[in-house]
Design a protein around this ligand. Structure first.
Ligand code: GLN
Length: 199
């Protein structure tokens, strides 16, 4: 049984709800799951997985504090699946930006809007460690991680920028796998999480 919450403060919450639903539905050896929109601090520890969606990380950061979610998210014992603005929030440090207070879930240093104006949004085929075929990734005003600590497994890069990484049960992605039909990264996240839960 897996209970997955999508942090529902701002951003592409419904796409994440739908993608978790489809992923958990497709993994036959998981018996039973629930996916819900997470807003209350007391619901955090009832989950095994929490998605932090794409959106506007400054706004989400502010709403995390307003809803008393900072401590529960920082100490959450399950796995965090963070995309785009979520990746910014999952970081331990943000380069040249004081507006977002990151949660230090991943030992990564993140630069917001890293691809510049002319490349505001784009798609790119990325080689991901753990997937046999490339992943067509959608980037929208995306961040990159410019450095990662020793506990972090970098699984995808564009040039020198880290765009996909895992640490323990957590996964951070600079792009938006929840927007398409390719759920291999969701599946990788859930299978990795299930492996940890069984120990
Ligand atoms: N640039 C946004 C931020 O840093 C993230 C964009 C997104 O999530 N698509 O908040």
């Amino acid at each position: 049984e897996i209970k997955a919450g999508v942090l529902a403060l701002q951003g592409d919450v419904s796409e994440h709800l739908d993608a978790f639903d489809r992923t958990l539905d497709s993994i036959k050896d998981i018996d039973g799951y629930e996916v819900f929109a997470l807003k209350r601090p007391e619901d955090v520890e009832s989950c095994q997985a929490i998605a932090i969606p794409g959106g506007e990380s400054t706004t989400i950061s502010r709403l995390i504090d307003r809803n008393n979610l900072r401590e529960p998210l920082k100490t959450f014992s399950g796995g965090i699946f963070a995309t785009c603005a979520g990746m910014v929030l999952s970081a331990s440090r943000i380069v040249d930006d004081d507006d977002v207070k990151p949660l230090s879930i991943m030992d990564i240093e993140v630069k917001r809007n890293a691809f510049g104006r002319q490349k505001d949004s784009f798609e790119s085929e990325i080689q991901i460690e753990g997937l046999s075929e490339p992943f067509r990734a959608v980037f929208i005003r995306a961040p990159v991680a410019v450095s990662a600590g020793p506990g972090v497994k970098v699984i995808g890069k564009i040039d020198d920028g880290i765009v996909a990484a895992m640490q323990g049960k957590n996964m951070a992605l600079a792009f938006h796998p929840e927007l398409g039909d390719d759920l291999r990264l969701h599946e990788l996240f859930i299978r990795n999480l299930a492996g940890h839960l069984r120990v």
